[in-house]
Design a protein around this ligand. Structure first.
Ligand code: KG4
Ligand code: ZN
Length: 340
């Protein structure tokens, strides 16, 4: 089965062609980052309008690129995400499906992230614990198979990616925040600032990043007042912040593995591109010989069409179908998804 994947949940237009036999045949990503940069965050209305402009030309391009004349089905992101942005992908998917007389299926964006490591050469095997860290979600999930998810813990306030974005904004180092913090942190000195590791002393697997955000804001204000908020101070703060997030996530992941008895950890979502986080998790995993860590290649950590094409393909091959009505779910629990 050959599937066209469409991702338009936020500020990236992603398209891909996935074939169940030949695997990923092509993918293209268009990022709107530049469009939103001057506003310091995503402007939903601008995002939807840009998806309208870009989506059809990108679909044509990816089909040419992968020498695909016809597809057997279309998978599109139906949620969670920005409603206007989701509507563009859903409307285009359903219109093409009607014209080509093929099925179109709405895919859960976070399930797409969760399954993105399956696109790699040596994919993880079920069951495993997954840490999903994106701009909107921070979740620990026990994964028994596709659609067999149990939420172990999640953020009570900001998502990890959101915390990165806000910290970068406070530091005045640009948007999107995650990659900018990572870049600055590389020049940071580890000993200068020590930030708190939120909620690690409390039992359970939930997260909270609002205290860390306040601590970051106060540290920046103190440096500013003392007249020492230069580029080096920004780099030092970025490193202290990144270290605190990476360590907090690592402690909770270790706890989730111990609690469930699983040996495999999968990380996915935009923040899983962070090298500091990957190293901290790898160190934790390497302490036990039977434990293994999996993550997607960097370009498939952040939003992309390939993960949607792959996820849709699995569900379509299992016979899942929906009608031609346009369905979008800006809020949508992964636990409500049907198991395969
Ligand atoms: O998964 P994603 O592309 O979109 C959502 O589904 O939200 O994640 C975007 C988030 C943003 O908050 C961005 O700052 C963060 O992932 N991010 C990173 C890195 N790359 C992207 N955070 C830390 N380090 C990175 N290298
Ligand atoms: Zn995402």
């Amino acid at each position: 089965m050959r599937v066209l994947g469409i991702e338009t949940s936020c500020d990236e237009t992603g398209v891909a062609i996935y074939d169940s036999e030949q695997r990923l045949l092509g993918h293209i990503l268009y990022s709107q980052a530049e469009l939103h940069a001057e506003f310091g965050g995503v402007v939903p209305e601008l995002a939807s309008r840009d998806h309208i402009r870009k989506l059809l030309p990108l679909i044509k391009e990816v089909m040419t690129q992968s020498q695909t004349q016809t597809v057997d089905a279309i998978a599109y992101t139906a949620g969670p995400g920005l409603i206007g942005a989701l509507m563009v992908g859903a409307a285009v998917a359903k219109s093409l499906a009607m014209t080509w007389n093929i099925p179109a299926l709405g895919v859960h964006h976070m399930e797409g992230h969760l399954l993105a490591p399956m696109l790699e050469e040596s994919p993880p095997e079920f069951p495993f614990v997954a840490l999903l860290v994106s701009g909107g979600h921070t979740q620990l999930i026990e994964v028994a198979g596709i659609g067999r998810y149990r939420l172990l813990g999640e953020s009570l306030d900001d998502a990890a990616g959101e915390a990165f974005d806000k910290a970068a904004k406070m530091l005045g180092i640009g948007y999107p925040g995650g990659p900018r913090i990572e870049e600055y942190a590389k020049r940071g000195r580890a000993e200068r600032f020590i930030f708190p590791r939120p909620m690690v002393n409390r039992p359970g697997l939930d997260f909270s990043f609002s205290g860390l955000k306040t601590f970051t804001r106060n540290t920046i204000a103190d440096c500013d007042e003392a007249g020492i908020l230069d580029d080096q101070a920004r780099a030092d703060i970025a490193l202290a912040f990144e270290t605190a997030v990476a360590e907090t996530l690592t402690i909770k992941c270790r706890r989730a593995l111990e609690q469930t008895g699983h040996q495999t950890l999968v990380i996915a979502g935009g923040v899983s591109a962070n090298q500091h986080l990957r190293c901290a998790l790898q160190q934790m995993i390497d302490k036990h010989s039977d434990r293994k860590l999996y993550y997607p290649r960097k370009e498939f950590c952040t939003d992309n069409g390939a993960m949607i094409a792959y996820t849709g393909c699995q569900r379509l091959m299992a016979g899942q179908r929906e009608g031609f009505e346009i369905i979008c779910q800006p809020r949508w629990s992964m636990e409500s998804l049907p198991p395969l």
